[in-house]
Design a protein around this ligand. Structure first.
Ligand code: NAD
Length: 421
């Protein structure tokens, strides 16, 4: 097959668009560009799921190990009806950059299964988790590729996956998966670490901008969005709007997030909350707020609605919530975007801590975890900020930081020439 054809088949569209911007400015060689824009290993397995009624469904699944120059690959597993190879590729690319931005010794990966887990019984869900690991066991491992939760997967599912992996391995190997329940050697603080990391980054950003009391709107009220809202509320910030897939609630004076959470637990949704007025997700994105934090799925802000964004800054808690086209629109409007590879990296940092604790059998207190997390997030913010003026925006600065670190590792391995020849 011609090289051109291989490129067309495996290149990641979104990664290429972002990389193109960096490549022009940084004068990346074609070899460097090739390494960065192509995943190292793509695994695609179709496997049967036996439903409770005895019928058999074939589900399509993926694991993409994007780059391992800085260490074993690392990334979550997503269960969602819209999972596509292209999406997993993009998420694996982002994981690669993220681990490099926060300077932990991992490469990036991502896994996914195209299925709507909400339509499965608990029994079927457990079978899905166990079968995924059975199928991928030969491709993952504590020193090779480490899994974790993502959208619609949680500590309980990680526990089932670990159990299945250890049965195959015939020994205890907790470091193969992070985000596990505490009872199975999970780390304290992991459940809310992405959100807490986001808060540390936000506070550094606010200090830098000398912004004191911004109003904050959050899209998505799952693990990341709800914990982010709760931590901010606990610290006295004014969270004026939150939403989930069924819609949102808004109160200019600030929402009582504990009550919103109780309402969601009671009714299953955020809408019709008494302490706020109902708004749609489209309205939330267009609110005149200090900080807009998309914490749901990719492409919440595209070229279609970017023109309506009125926030002073966007904190990307989800992965890829601002499309590359929307990125250009927001940059032109001088709206800062604190990118996903920095803003939501707290989860992978504490996953790294969990892995460290597992391989050393030395377990840390919650305070210790959070203290170390703060240090990593602040260091990463400072390193990005140092490049920001030269690179004009936070995303480009974070990309340049990550790419420099990845290419340095590739050069040290002899995979790239040192002198750009
Ligand atoms: P989750 O499944 O717990 O929550 C997702 C939330 O988004 C839910 O409240 C859901 O109702 C809402 N949602 C879905 N579609 C929506 C829509 N169209 N409009 C508004 N809300 C919508 O997932 P999560 O773990 O909180 O992850 C959210 C994002 O953060 C994802 O992009 C994920 O990749 C990213 N992320 C998660 C972690 C982590 O540690 N969980 C770490 C890094 C990044």
């Amino acid at each position: 097959m011609e090289e051109q054809e291989i490129q067309m088949k495996t290149i990641c569209r979104v990664c290429k668009i972002h990389l193109d911007k960096v490549a022009q400015a940084k004068k990346l060689t074609s070899r460097e560009f090739f390494i960065l824009s192509h995943p190292k290993r793509m695994i695609n397995i179709n496997f049967p799921l036996i439903r409770d009624d005895g019928s058999i469904e074939i589900v399509e699944s993926f694991r993409i190990q994007y780059n391992e120059s800085r260490g074993p690959t690392k990334g979550g597993i997503r269960f969602h009806q819209k999972v596509e190879e292209e999406e997993v590729k993009e998420l694996a690319f982002l994981m690669t950059l993220k681990c490099a931005v926060v300077d932990i010794p991992f490469g990036g990966a991502k896994g996914g299964v195209r299925i709507n887990p909400k339509k499965l019984s608990r029994n079927e869900l457990q079978q899905l988790a166990r079968t995924y690991i059975k199928e991928y066991a030969r491709f993952i491992g504590p020193d090779f590729d480490i899994a974790a939760p993502d959208v619609n997967t949680d500590p309980e599912i990680m526990g089932w996956m670990l159990d299945e992996y250890e049965k195959i391995a015939g020994k205890s190997m907790p470091a193969v998966i992070t985000g596990k329940p505490i009872a199975l050697h999970g780390s304290k603080g992991r459940v809310y670490s992405t959100s807490l990391g986001g808060v540390f980054v936000l506070e550094e950003y606010l200090k830098y901008k000398k912004m004191k009391t911004p109003s904050i709107a959050i899209q998505g009220f799952g693990n990341v969005g709800a914990n982010f809202a709760k931590i901010l509320f606990g610290k006295g910030y004014r969270v004026v709007a939150v939403s989930d897939s069924s819609g949102g609630t808004y109160n200019k004076a600030g929402l009582d997030i504990k009550k919103v959470e109780a309402h969601k637990q009671e009714t299953g949704s955020i809408t019709n909350f008494k302490g706020g007025k109902n708004i749609s997700n489209a309205e939330l994105i267009a609110l005149d707020v200090g900080i807009l934090a998309p914490a749901a799925l990719e492409n919440a802000i595209t070229d279609e609605n970017a023109g309506r964004v009125r926030a002073k800054a966007v904190l990307e808690l989800a992965n890829g919530p601002v499309s590359p086209e929307a990125d250009d629109v927001l940059n032109k409007k001088s709206i800062d975007i604190v990118p996903d590879v920095l803003a939501n990296a707290g989860g992978v940092v504490v996953s790294y801590f969990e892995w460290l604790q597992n391989i050393s059998s030395d377990y840390w207190s919650e305070e210790e975890v959070n203290m170390r997390l703060e240090k990593y997030m602040k260091n990463a913010f400072d390193a990005v900020l140092e490049l920001k003026d030269e690179e004009h925006n936070f995303r480009k600065a974070a990309y340049v930081l990550a790419i420099n670190r990845i290419l340095e590792a590739e050069k040290a391995r002899g995979n790239l020439p040192r002198n750009n020849k």
